[in-house]
Design a protein around this ligand. Sequence first.
Ligand code: BT5
Length: 264
Amino acid sequence: PGIEFGLDAPYAIEYHDSLPSTNDRARELAADGADGVAVIADEQTGGRGRLDREWVAPSGGVWLSLATRPDVPAARAPLFTLAAAVAIADACREAGVDAHIKWPNDVLVGATSENGVGSAGDDATAGRGGRKLAGVLTEMEGEADRISWIVPGIGVNANLDPEALPPGAASLRGELGEPVDRREFAATLLERFDALAGTADRMDGILPAWRERASTLGRRVRVDTSNGPVTGIAVDVEPPGALVIETGEGAQRVHAGDCEHLRS
Ligand code: BT5
């Protein structure tokens, strides 16, 4: 089913058949003062991941970015990424797919048990604790004491053929064997996101919800940060979203980077 109309959600919807990137459009709207608009496209021709990586986004996915102007300090921005991951995981579970979160922004399926990690042999991504169903790219502008705007961008491989996606990717259709109703999926996702991050006083629930759905905690991980790799056991996530890694030489907090789940 299409996602082009009839979405009952706590956000105004701006739908496009095709856009270069829903994040770019939402940034434009947010910079112009929009607060509470969800930009949704059936297809993106220039989808972006973090660090200027490409995000493959053909017709059939849920490609969605929120133009928001919350009254919170910039330091809390990482919480929006965590909230988006929780909202995605919940919408996936409601659709019948047992999704889990890999710090900070990946939603994965498969290989949740500790001993299952790496069971997929040489397949790089599968061997690292699951196949990627969704990702989040959050972009913002503002001063330290207040965000001017923030755009959480959400990409979910909904009704796609996994063959059309990069190696190590999964889709809801691939997991379920049939398409999902994307309108229902997007509505659930937006409702969950709003419940977690819609107002500053709601945001306290984000970390507990994230911990419950994360497969990273308790795992041996390597995070590649801009200061080099940090390896150890991921023991917790701390405000506003830092991963605490027990390295053997004390705990280290990492705020951004690419995380790999390692064999223990
Ligand atoms: C992400 O980046 O995971 C963030 C993805 C955010 C996409 C949404 S879609 C709506 C909004 N508009 C945009 O333009 N972007 C956002 P990162 O963690 O850097 O992962 C990127 C990597 O994932 C790539 O280098 C590929 O290896 C892989 N990849 C690319 N497309 C994929 C897909 N559809 N499914 C799974 N993996 C993919």
